[in-house]
Design a protein around this ligand. Structure first.
Ligand SMILES: [Zn+2]
Ligand SMILES: [Zn+2]
Ligand SMILES: [Zn+2]
Ligand SMILES: [Zn+2]
Length: 225
């Protein structure tokens, strides 16, 4: 019933991002993991949401180098949490076109800990507000975790289905079609006589399906005809 009831989504993102604020380490050179901009990190508070709660479906995490700090620049910090949560942000890793995914369990673990640490200092009321904020944020995460199949627009594709729907082992993008559409697409090409080279249906991917990739999607009868 509190103020949270009237929060716009962006305010939820903003407040959650603030809960991820951590004092950056020493004054050091920092290279932004998202835009590559280099800046000198000051002791300003900066969210470590991107570092601690985000991975693409291939599990990419930034490699921590000895020579430079990894983090997010001021400009990216402000809207990154919203872009990631709404699945509009591609992975930070070069060449990876998968979309960044919020790791819900990390969010819960991290903000749960924050709450415990604050337990002494803060009143019960603000703890309740924080728990409600977290609950509403997780609803947003759930709302945005599905992609629509780009062919039929009616099947929702959940991250758990990505391994099953990956068209080749070399693809570096999330699946774009549901299983039925993939099957229809690939069987259509086989029936049209193009079975020798079947290219991944993702429009920016030119990987070729190996026979075992094709088998994964078509019905066994197709080759018996
Ligand atoms: Zn940046
Ligand atoms: Zn990635
Ligand atoms: Zn579909
Ligand atoms: Zn592909």
């Amino acid at each position: 019933m509190g103020d949270n009831e009237h929060l716009g989504d962006w305010k939820i993102y903003w407040k959650i991002n603030v809960l991820f604020h951590a004092t950056s380490l020493a004054k050091a050179e920092l290279k932004c993991m998202w835009c590559d901009k280099e800046e000198i990190s000051t002791s300003l508070m900066r969210s470590d949401f991107a570092l601690s709660a985000v991975k693409c479906s291939a599990g990419h995490v930034p490699a921590v180098g000895a020579d430079s700090m990894i983090g997010v620049c001021v400009d990216c910090d402000a809207e990154l949490i919203q872009r990631v949560t709404e699945r509009r942000q591609q992975c930070f890793q070069k060449g990876c076109r998968r979309y960044a995914l919020v790791q819900k369990e990390n969010v819960i673990r991290r903000l749960g800990q924050t709450k415990l640490a604050k337990e002494e200092a803060s009143s019960k009321v603000s703890n309740r507000k924080e728990a409600e904020l977290l609950r509403r944020y997780l609803v947003l995460v759930d709302q945005h975790r599905f992609f629509d199949c780009e062919v039929c627009y009616c099947e929702k594709i959940a991250p758990e289905q990505y391994p099953d729907l990956q068209t080749t082992s070399r693809c570096r993008h999330d699946p774009v079609q549901c299983r039925d559409c993939l099957r229809r697409d690939i069987e259509g090409r086989i029936n049209a006589g193009d079975w020798r080279t079947i290219i991944c249906p993702d429009q920016d991917c030119d990987e070729e399906l190996a026979p075992r990739d094709v088998d994964k999607f078509v019905s066994p009868e197709i080759f018996k005809a």
